[in-house]
Unconditional design. Structure first.
Length: 245
C-alpha cells in the first residue's frame, strides 16, 4: 500500500498548491480568451490532458488533480459511495454547451490573435488579487459540499469540466492502435472477495468490471487502489495495446 500513500500525498500537495494553479484549470478563462481570439493557458492545459489521455487515460485524475486531494481528504468524514450511472452524464450537460460556446466565439473572432499561457494570471499565480479569493472559495466550496453530501469524489463524477476531454481520449485509446496504460485483469481467477470495490475512490463496482473482462472504464482514474488491494494480484498495470500484448 506504499504506492497509495505516495499517491495520496501527491494529490494532497497538489491541493495545497491549488491557489497557485486554479486558473490554469479555469473554464471561464477559456471563454474569456476565446471572445478575444486568445488561447488561454487553461485551454493549452486541457489540450495536454486530452493528448496525455491517449496514452495514460485518466491518470491525472488519480494522481495529480488538486480537487482529488481535497475530496479524498473528505473520506475521513464521508465514505458514502457516489451514485454513478446516468448521474455521471451531468458533467456532459455542462461540458457540451461550454465547448460549443468556445468554438462559436473563436469562429466569431475568425482568427487566433495570440497564445497566452498567463492570460489573466498576473505573475503566473492564480490567486494574486483579493477578488480571486471569491473564485477560489467558490470552487473549493462546491467540491467540498459535493464530497460531504453526494459521496466519494462526487465532483469528479458529476461536475468536472476536465474529465470529458480525457474520457474522449480514453475512448480513442480503446482502439488499441498504440500502447497505453491500462489495467490487465485475470477474471477467471477472481474469488469475489470484493476488496477492490471497498477501496475504489470512484465508488466503481470493480469486481463486476473484472468479472466481465473490461479493462478500462470511463470513470476509472487508474489510481491503482484495486491493484494494490487485490490479494490474488489479479489486477495489474500494463502499458500495452491489450491484455499486456
Amino acid at each position: 500500500m506504499k504506492r497509495q500513500r505516495v499517491r495520496r500525498a501527491i494529490i494532497f500537495i497538489s491541493f495545497l498548491f491549488f491557489p497557485l494553479t486554479i486558473y490554469y484549470l479555469s473554464p471561464v478563462l477559456i471563454v474569456m480568451g476565446a471572445a478575444e481570439g486568445i488561447v488561454a493557458g487553461s485551454l493549452l492545459f486541457f489540450a495536454l490532458l486530452f493528448i496525455g489521455s491517449l496514452f495514460f487515460g485518466r491518470l491525472f485524475c488519480g494522481w495529480l488533480c488538486p480537487a482529488a486531494g481535497m475530496q479524498e481528504a473528505c473520506f475521513i468524514i464521508n465514505q458514502k459511495p457516489a451514485k454513478g450511472g446516468k448521474a455521471d452524464m451531468i458533467k456532459y450537460a455542462i461540458w457540451l454547451p461550454w465547448l460549443i460556446l468556445i468554438v462559436a466565439l473563436f469562429i466569431r473572432v475568425g482568427v487566433v490573435i495570440d497564445i497566452d499561457p498567463f492570460y489573466h494570471i498576473p505573475g503566473g499565480i492564480s490567486v494574486s488579487q483579493p477578488g480571486d479569493y471569491f473564485v477560489y472559495y467558490s470552487v473549493t466550496g462546491l467540491i467540498l459540499v459535493l464530497a460531504l453530501t453526494a459521496g466519494k469524489r462526487a465532483f469528479c463524477h458529476y461536475v468536472c469540466w476536465m474529465a470529458p476531454f480525457m474520457i474522449i481520449g480514453l475512448k480513442l485509446k480503446k482502439l488499441k492502435l498504440w500502447p497505453s496504460l491500462r489495467l490487465k485483469t485475470s477474471p477467471d481467477l477472481c474469488n469475489d472477495c470484493k476488496r477492490c470495490n471497498k477501496v475504489c475512490p470512484m465508488s466503481l463496482d470493480v469486481n463486476s468490471l473484472v468479472r466481465s473482462g473490461l479493462e478500462n472504464y470511463s470513470e476509472c482514474i487508474l489510481c491503482g487502489s484495486c491493484v494494490d488491494s487485490c490479494p490474488g494480484e489479479l489486477i495489474k498495470f500494463s502499458f500495452s495495446r491489450r491484455n499486456g500484448k
